[in-house]
Design a protein around this ligand. Structure first.
Ligand SMILES: [Zn+2]
Length: 312
C-alpha cells in the first residue's frame, strides 16, 4: 500500500533517534529510510522532556502521515509484555513509565517497546550481519556490555526479560571489583570506561585528554604494551564468556557491536582465543562484527513491529 509507514524510535543514553520506513521497503534487499533524524540530549533533562522531544521528532519525520505501527528501542530495562520502561541509568523520572500506552495514544497506532540489546539483536538478525541465521547472540561492547538473543528466529527475552546479561558473567573470580558488587565480570574487564580506568591506575597518566576505550585501542595498535595487555585481557574475558554461552545454548553465531569492537584485529583475536578455550571442541560457532554502527536499534524497532499490521 502506498501510504503504509512504520515509525522507529530509539531512546539512547545520549541521543534520541527516529526514522520512517515505507512498508514497501521491507521486501527489498537493502531497505532505505524515507526520513531519519536524531537529537542530542543535554544533561539535566528528565523523562517527560525526552518523551515530548521524541514525539516532536517523530511527528516531524511523519510529516502528517499516520504510522501503521511504532517500534521503540529503549536504553534501559523494559517490561516488554506490559510496555513499561522500568528505569534509566542516565535520565531521571523514567521509573515505571507506560511508554507503550503514551505513544499508542499519541500516534493512534500499535506500539511495542523493548530494551536496546534485544532490539539491536533483532535488527542485526533481520537486516544486518545476522541475516540467514536461525540462532544468534548479539553483544554490544561499549560503555557497558549487554546482549540479546534471537532463537528459532524470535527474540528470547527470558521469563522476566532479563536474558542476555553477559556483562555481569564472572570470568575472573579474584579479579577487580565491578560496580555490581561482584569481581571479574566481563563488563569490568572489557568495557571502554573500565579499560581506561585500569590503564590510568597502572601508570598510564602521561596521556593528555580523557582516556577512553578508543584511546586504549589506539595506543595498543601503536605498540604500547600496557594498553595492549588491558585490551587483550578485555577481549579474552568476553571470549571466555562467549565460549561458555556456546556450550549452554549452541547458537550459530555471536555478533559483536559497539565502540570497543573497532579496536582492531588484535582484540578480535583475543576474543576468538578466549572463546575457543572455553567452548567444547564439538561446539561450533562464528564470531562476526555487527553490520550497523549506530542504527541497529532503529532497524530492530522496525523488526519488532513489522508484523503488527496484521492485528487490524
Ligand atoms: Zn558486574
Amino acid at each position: 500500500m502506498m501510504n503504509d509507514y512504520l515509525l522507529a524510535l530509539d531512546f539512547g543514553g545520549t541521543k534520541l533517534s527516529a526514522a520512517v520506513l515505507p512498508v514497501s521497503e521491507l521486501q527489498k534487499e537493502t531497505p532505505t529510510w524515507l526520513a531519519h533524524d536524531r537529537a542530542y540530549l543535554r544533561k539535566g533533562k528528565d523523562a517527560q522532556f525526552e518523551i515530548k522531544k521524541m514525539i516532536k521528532l517523530g511527528r516531524k519525520l511523519l510529516d502528517g502521515k499516520r504510522p501503521l505501527s511504532v517500534g521503540v528501542s529503549f536504553g534501559g530495562p523494559v517490561n516488554y509484555e506490559k510496555g513499561l520502561v522500568l528505569l534509566s541509568d542516565h535520565v531521571p523520572g523514567w521509573e515505571n513509565t507506560p511508554l507503550q500506552a503514551i505513544l499508542t495514544e499519541e500516534f493512534a497506532a500499535p506500539v511495542r517497546v523493548d530494551n536496546d540489546a534485544n532490539v539491536a539483536a533483532l535488527g542485526e538478525w533481520r537486516f544486518g550481519a545476522g541475516r540467514g541465521y536461525d540462532s544468534l547472540f548479539y553483544v554490544t561492547v561499549s560503555t557497558g556490555v549487554g546482549g540479546g538473543w534471537v532463537l528459532n528466529g524470535r527474540c528470547w527475552r527470558g521469563h522476566e526479560g532479563m536474558a542476555g546479561e553477559i556483562g555481569h558473567v564472572v570470568v575472573e573470580p579474584n579479579g577487580p571489583f565491578c560496580f555490581c558488587g561482584k569481581q571479574g565480570c566481563v563488563e569490568r574487564l572489557a568495557s571502554g570506561p573500565y579499560m581506561a580506568q585500569d590503564f590510568l591506575e597502572r601508570g598510564g597518566e602521561f596521556i593528555s585528554g580523557p582516556v577512553t576505550g578508543e584511546v586504549i585501542a589506539g595506543l595498543a595498535s601503536a605498540g604500547d604494551a600496557l594498553a595492549w595487555g588491558i585490551l587483550q585481557r578485555g577481549g579474552k574475558a568476553l571470549g571466555l564468556a562467549l565460549g561458555e554461552t556456546a556450550n549452554l545454548l549452541n547458537p550459530q553465531a555471536f555478533i559483536l557491536g559497539g565502540g570497543v569492537t573497532k579496536s582492531g584485529w588484535l582484540w578480535w583475536e583475543s576474543v576468538e582465543k578466549g572463546a575457543k578455550l572455553r567452548a567444547r571442541e564439538q561446539v561450533h560457532f562464528e564470531i562476526i562484527p555487527a553490520a550497523f554502527t549506530d542504527d541497529a536499534p532503529l532497524w530492530g524497532a522496525v523488526a519488532l513491529v513489522e508484523d503488527l499490521k496484521d492485528e487490524g
